[in-house]
Design a protein around this ligand. Structure first.
Ligand code: PEP
Ligand code: MG
Length: 571
């Protein structure tokens, strides 16, 4: 039966496919008992599902490629190991054979036992293994219930339906041929959302009731741009889908003509468009769309889903490739921005913090581990021998932190010089403006930085005291708030007065609809994911900067979001 649901688009695009219901509430399985005569059959069913799960992991491992292949590969190897764990297997067999439990319930009981062991461990790393255990059990459980694909083959054309999704899983699912992901919870500002955009994988989050309605194998239509999900679409839905697909094709062809056009307003002012890049593919795309450089390279993606920290050499090679990929245009490398909010398995970030967004993250974490920070700074400086590099420091809150960064940078440079290792001309140093204190205290760090980049994703969350990942606060979490606009205007004006380039690298800068607003407030440097670069260039080319600047006073006098939106409508 047709059923339409609504969610929040986190990575645009449309898709039509079969639902693959994942993380199927392995923990909410009801107790099922079997008769003695059913034991052999139940064991066979369980082992067939275990084999399917193993085959899926093997298949995935073979198909991995691209920038995240190594990290995702390690994660898959770990899952394969859990799946072959003699204790897990023996426990399952005993529960079916002796306990006479159905295979599903045996999986739940065994999962709960092992999870309790992991959770009881002192070591953060082992405690974090519980997540992996859940993924593995979820995979076996899904295999037990799969109506189609029971042999684990032919997974392409599926739309993953789940409670939530971790960044590493996204790459994994895309490698399997998944065409879109729909989650019951989540936020468009999460790191999974950012990665989905980077992978060009449509992602719709916060679709209430999703798991109650979707079944494995249902036909499903997703429009992550409008926020619509339709289960078992009607003929009219399908016609609408095909019309939309054709429209997207036409729009893309039109935008493609802007690839080599200048990013210049109607009244002749040049604006810079930098790319936010997470992977090699992003770098290639940034280059293809004519980005002025990379404005944000999030290095934490090198640290996720692995236990060992990346070595200096490994980091150096990744940064060098980024620099080479930009062929002479600047590459802005952000130092590690890890925290308890990211799926860190290195043991660096605290596993759980009462308030991760306000905890040990970003530059605080790097400064708490100076040896690790030095390794990263050395790798970045070595990469700067291959082209222009800027170093961007996340989550800066004041001068003390920037002074320590400068000291460590000096130390890294001296060390490399003493070892005779090649370093480029002085790499520029910048601070991310994400903490309101840093936005208000730019004058305190102005002598220590060459540029700043405003991370509106975090700045909005801290200024409005609204968690960027909180699904029920999505209405409150908006950059279109008078206080956000006023603070941005002050930061941009400070940059102009002091000759410090100011960029915005939060998601706000990647939305074409925000272009008039940001230009009016005084922004000249945008940093955004390359997938929306051409749309933003188009909006800039249609804008009259002089008239927008003349209207900035009215914008700054808006008292609420509705007034800001009315201002935008008149652009
Ligand atoms: C930001 O906060 O705006 C930003 C770009 O950093 P991240 O999204 O990685 O926290
Ligand atoms: Mg941030």
């Amino acid at each position: 039966m047709r059923r339409a649901l609504r969610g929040v688009g986190a990575s645009r695009g449309i898709a039509l496919g079969r639902a693959r219901v994942c993380q199927p509430q392995a923990l909410a399985v009801e107790e099922t008992r079997i008769e003695a005569g059913e034991v052999a059959g139940e064991l066979a069913r369980l082992h067939a599902a275990l084999d399917v799960a193993r085959a899926e992991l093997r298949g995935l491992r073979e198909r991995l490629h691209g920038a995240l292949a190594q990290e995702v590969g390690e994660f898959l190897d770990l899952h394969a190991m859990i799946l072959d764990d003699p204790e897990l297997l023996q426990g399952l067999d005993d529960l079916v054979r002796t306990g006479r439990y159905g295979a599903d319930y045996a999986l739940k009981l065994q999962r709960d036992r092992l999870a309790a062991v992991f959770e009881g461990m002192d070591d953060d790393y082992f405690r974090s293994r519980r997540e992996d255990l859940d993924h593995v059990i979820g995979r076996v459980h899904a295999a037990l219930h799969r109506r189609d694909n029971a042999n684990g083959a032919g997974l392409s054309g599926e739309i993953l339906v789940c409670e939530s999704v971790a960044p590493s899983e996204l790459a994994e699912w895309q490698a399997r041929g998944v065409v879109a992901v729909v989650t019951a919870t989540g936020s468009p500002l999460s790191h999974s959302a950012i990665l989905a955009r980077s992978l060009h994988l449509p992602l719709l989050v916060n679709v209430g009731d999703l798991l109650a309605h979707a079944n494995d194998g249902d036909a499903m239509m997703v429009d992550a741009s409008s926020g619509e999900v339709v289960l078992e679409p009607s003929a009219e839905d399908l016609a609408r889908y095909h019309a939309r697909q054709a429209q997207i094709g036409r729009e893309r062809a039109q935008l493609a003509r802007l690839r080599r056009q200048p990013t210049r307003t109607r009244d002749g002012v040049d604006i810079r468009l930098y790319a936010n890049a997470e992977s090699r593919e992003d770098v290639a795309e940034a280059h293809a769309q004519g980005a002025d450089g990379v404005g944000l390279y999030r290095t934490e993606f090198l640290f996720l889903q692995r236990r060992e920290l990346p070595t200096e050499e490994e980091q150096f090679l990744a940064y060098r490739d980024l620099v080479l990929g930009m062929a002479g245009r600047v590459a802005t490398i952000r130092t590690l921005d890890l925290g308890a909010d990211k799926a860190d398995h290195t043991g660096l970030a605290l596993r759980s913090e009462p308030n991760p967004a306000l905890g040990l993250r970003g530059v605080r974490l790097s400064l708490a581990h100076p040896a690790l920070f030095l390794t990263q700074l050395r790798a970045i400086l070595r990469a700067s021998a291959y082209g222009p590099v800027r170093i961007l420091v996340p989550m800066v809150s004041g001068r003390e932190e920037m002074l320590q960064v400068c000291e460590l940078l000096e130390q890294a440079r001296d060390g490399l010089a003493a070892e005779g290792l090649q370093v480029g001309p002085v790499a520029e140093l910048g601070a991310m403006i994400e903490v309101p204190a840093a936005a208000l205290g730019l004058g305190d760090i102005v002598d220590l930085v060459d540029f700043v980049s405003v991370g509106t994703n975090d700045l909005v969350q801290y200024l409005l005291a609204t968690d960027r990942n909180h699904e029920s606060l999505a209405e409150l979490y908006t950059p279109r708030h008078p206080a956000v606009l006023r603070l941005l205007a002050e930061v941009f004006a400070f940059g102009r007065r002091n000759g410090i380039p100011v960029a915005v690298c939060g998601e706000m800068a990647g939305e074409a609809a925000n272009v008039p607003l940001l230009l009016a407030l005084g922004l000249r440097d945008f940093s955004l994911h390359p997938s929306t670069l051409l749309e933003v260039r188009k909006a800039i080319r249609e804008a009259d900067l002089g008239s927008l600047r003349r209207r900035s006073g009215t914008l700054l006098r808006c008292h609420d979001r509705a007034a800001i939106e009315r201002w935008l409508e008149r652009c």
